[in-house]
Design a protein around this ligand. Sequence first.
Ligand code: ATP
Ligand code: MG
Length: 378
Amino acid sequence: MTEIPASVLEVHRRLKEAGFKAYLVGGCVRDRVLGKQPKDFDLATSARPEEVQRVFKKVIPTGIQHGTVTVIASGVHVEVTTFRTEGDYVDGRRPEKVEFHSDVEADLSRRDFTINAMAEDPITGERVDPFGGEADLKRHLVRCVRDPLERFGEDGLRCLRAVRFATVLAFDIEPATEAAIAPRLPVFRKVAMERVRDELLKIIVSPHVARGLELLTRVGLTREIFGFEQLDAAAIARTPPQVELRLAVLFRSAGECQVDRLKLPSAQTQRVRELFARRPPAERDDVTLRRWLSEVGLDLAGDLCRLDAAELDLGRFEKAPLSTKDLALDGAEIMKTLQTSPGPVVGKASRFLLDQVLQRPELNTPQELRALLLNWRP
Ligand code: ATP
Ligand code: MG
C-alpha cells in the first residue's frame, strides 16, 4: 500500500472540519490503484480559493485564477485546487476562465483520461470513479473521458498525453481514442512547444521508449513534432535514459538534427548538437585519444562513447555463430569429412570453418561446411 504524507492528510482533515468536500485526485489516485508510490499528491476541494485561504494561515496563490493555491502544512507545500471545469476552449489552447463547482464529479469530467479521472477519500478510501478508470487500469487502457474527438479538439496536447501515458505505463490506447488523434493533428499544431516538449521528454526517457516512438509514428505525431518519421527506436531504447543522449541517437538515426524545434534550454540544445555531430576517433592510440580529449573534454567524450556503444547493437549478433562450438559440424564430423583421425589438423580445420562463417554466417550448415572442407588445403 502506498503512503499518504501526513501534510496532505492534515490539509484534507482541516478542509473537512471546515465543512468542505476534499479528495485526492488525478495522477496520485491512479498511481495508488496501481500500487505505485505517487510523485505528488493533489487535493481537490469544494472550498473556493478565498475559503481555502481562510482555513489556512499560510497559502501561496499559485494559480488562484484557476482555483489552485499552495497550502503550507507542517512546512510542506500541498496544492489544493477548487473543483472546476474549464470554460470554452479557443483554438485548442487552454481556456482563460474556469468555473468552480461544489461536486467532485464535475471536476473529474474535465480530466483527460479515465485513469486520471478518479478521486479518493484518503481517510475512508472511498473512490469516485464515474468513467470506469479502475476498469481501464485493469485492462491497461488509455481512454478519453467522454468523446475523444471532442476532448482532443479542446486541447491538442491530449493527443500527445495519450501516447505519454500509454508509454510510461506500458498500456494500449483504446481504439476509438487512438483513432481520434489523426483528425485532431491540426489542433495539436497549435499547442505551445513548451507543453509538447514536457510530455515528449517523459516518453523519451521512459524504459518503454521504443513502444512510445512506435505509437507516436503510428498516430502521426512523430512527423508533427520532428518533421521526419524514419528513426531507429531500438537504438534509442539501448541508449542510457538521459534526454540529451537519447535525443542525439534519435536525430542521428533520422540523419537530421531537429533539436531546435524542441525549444530546450540552450545548453541542452547545444549538447544535443555536439552529440549529434561528433564521433570518437577511429584510431585508439594514446596520442590520438589525448588530442581528442583535449578538443572535446572528458565529459562529452564519455557521452560520445556511450552513444557509439548504443549504436553498435551487439545484441543482434547473439544468434550468430561466434565460436567453433557454434559450427554446424562437430569434430567427429570434420574428421569423417576429411577422412582423418584426431590430430592438430582437426583444430586447424574448425578454425578455418569458423573464419568462413564469421564472414558469411549463412554458410553455417552441414552441407556448406562439408563442401568448404573438401576444397580446403590444410
Ligand atoms: P504524472 O505522475 O506523470 O505527473 P499526472 O496524472 O499527475 O501524471 P499531470 O500532467 O501532472 O499528470 O496532470 C495532473 C492531472 O491533471 C491529470 O491526472 C489529469 O487528471 C489532469 N490533466 C492534466 N493535464 C490535462 C489536460 N491537458 N487535459 C485534461 N486534464 C488534464
Ligand atoms: Mg502530476
